[in-house]
Design a protein around this ligand. Structure first.
Ligand code: AMP
Ligand code: GLY
Length: 420
């Protein structure tokens, strides 16, 4: 069995680790991978977004399955290219990936499918956006429609803050074409939950809900990031809530996608706000979440590969089993993250116990083979424990022992589970 893994972050390291630990005989190839992934896979110096090069690699290696981690190659049509050549691949087509790559498309889908989400005005006009903000009042959320690596959303507490975001994203094109159109969106109050669903487009099986920590600083303060930590299980994510989300959100969305020539195959990630009126969609993503994947996969008792292969044809819920206990992931980020992460700093990882996994995200080897930082989020430290408190303590302890100048981490991952 040969698997090609596209990507080179913490999520892909967790995928590589899980596939390898399920079956060490699986031959793994990563494009491009990272020094952590290199412990389980052969890394090819091919960028995840260079679709012709990934395709050439796949035609040479003939993997039994290709698994795509990040959204950019999915949005650019890597699945379409592979399918045209008869190469098996896990993930949605470009048309289906619009559920993430175009927030205006996702909003239209949800509106037409009757899926609960925040009301929004979609516009490319600064004046129209400003007037929508005034009509709505603060707080209000300004979102770039396109892919912006976590930088496209501003939760504005005041009209002035909303105006500044409109000027920056739409006026100055600070995010390039991703911000050629924006959403002025109703603010939803509540607790967030991430739900991953494996689907062939019709049959859908939910994984265990997890909770991300999007803000940079402890106490959920500071700017939004790609995610500073995650944990599972989440007490809010009861079987009844998951059933409600499947019925009111996932199935109507999948049906609309099928009926509109964009059947969604692969992993659908619903970013939810659990409001006083029930669950509503904050966003959809067309791939595994980062860092939720690093928290979830060590808790997954069943092997991953059959689940990924099942997404092509009738995924089977009986193949999804979880360990007891809890998992907490703490992200170690570089100085300057998220605005301008510093790279090239030497990195030392402590020895860890069996219940702890150190997943590499933004790491590289320098010219003399030393491990150095190479991105904003550098490591994800996942610990398993009897409960969220025990897992959080181990994860935090190891994250604090990582030596990286100017490192940033949150010591309060899982706080909602611990402070209640
Ligand atoms: P997104 O990239 O759409 O997931 O947005 C990033 C983060 O911004 C979310 O995880 C939420 O914390 C916050 N956010 C986005 N949209 C809303 C909304 N309509 N109401 C409240 N918070 C939001
Ligand atoms: N954890 C947020 C994301 O993967 O987009």
């Amino acid at each position: 069995m040969k698997v090609l893994l596209v990507g080179g972050g913490g999520r892909e390291h967790a995928l590589a680790w899980k596939l390898h630990s399920d079956d060490p005989a699986i031959e793994l190839i990563a494009a491009p991978g990272n020094p952590g992934i290199a412990e389980h896979a052969r890394c090819a110096p091919v960028a995840a977004t260079d679709i012709p090069a990934v395709l050439a690699l796949a035609e040479r290696e003939r993997p039994d399955l290709t698994v795509v981690g990040p959204e950019a190659p999915l949005a650019a049509g890597i699945v379409d290219s592979f399918r045209e050549r008869g190469l098996p691949i896990f993930g949605p087509t470009a048309a289906a990936a619009r559920i993430e790559s175009s927030k205006s498309f996702a909003k239209q889908m949800m509106r037409e499918a009757g899926v609960p989400t925040a009301g929004a005005v979609v516009t490319s006009d600064v004046e129209q956006a400003r007037s929508a903000v005034r009509k709505h009042g603060a707080p209000v959320v300004i979102k770039a429609t396109g892919l912006a690596a976590g930088k496209g959303v501003v939760v504005a507490r005041s009209i002035e803050e909303a105006d500044a975001a409109i000027d920056r994203i739409l006026g100055d094109r600070s995010l390039g074409e991703a911000g050629s159109e924006i959403l002025v969106e109703e603010f939803m109050a509540g607790e967030e939950l991430s739900l991953f669903v494996l689907t062939d487009g019709t049959t859908a099986i939910p994984m265990m809900p997890a909770q991300d920590h999007k803000r940079l600083l402890e106490g959920d303060a500071g700017p939004n990031t790609g995610g500073m930590g995650a944990y599972a299980p989440v007490s809010l994510g009861t079987p009844a809530l998951v059933a409600e989300v499947m019925e009111k959100i996932i199935h109507p969305s999948l049906l609309w996608m099928r009926e509109n020539g964009a059947a969604f195959n692969g992993l659908l990630y619903a970013g939810l706000m659990i409001t006083a009126d029930g669950p509503k969609v904050v966003e959809f993503n067309c791939r595994f979440g980062d860092p939720e994947t690093q928290a979830l996969l060590p808790l997954l008792a069943s092997p991953l590969l059959p689940l990924l292969q099942g997404a092509a044809d009738r995924p089977d819920e009986s193949e999804l089993r979880w360990q007891t206990g809890a998992s907490v992931t703490t992200v170690v980020a570089a100085a300057g993250y998220p605005d301008s992460p510093r790279t090239g700093d030497e990195l030392t990882i402590p020895r860890v116990a069996d219940n702890v996994h150190v997943f590499h995200a933004g790491t590289a080897r320098d010219a003399v083979g030393r491990l150095v930082s190479a991105g904003g989020r550098v490591l994800s430290i996942t610990a398993l424990g009897a409960d969220v408190g025990a897992a959080a303590a181990s994860s935090r302890e190891v994250a604090q022992q990582v030596s990286l100048e100017g490192k940033q981490l949150r010591r309060d991952i899982g706080w909602r589970a611990l402070w209640k």
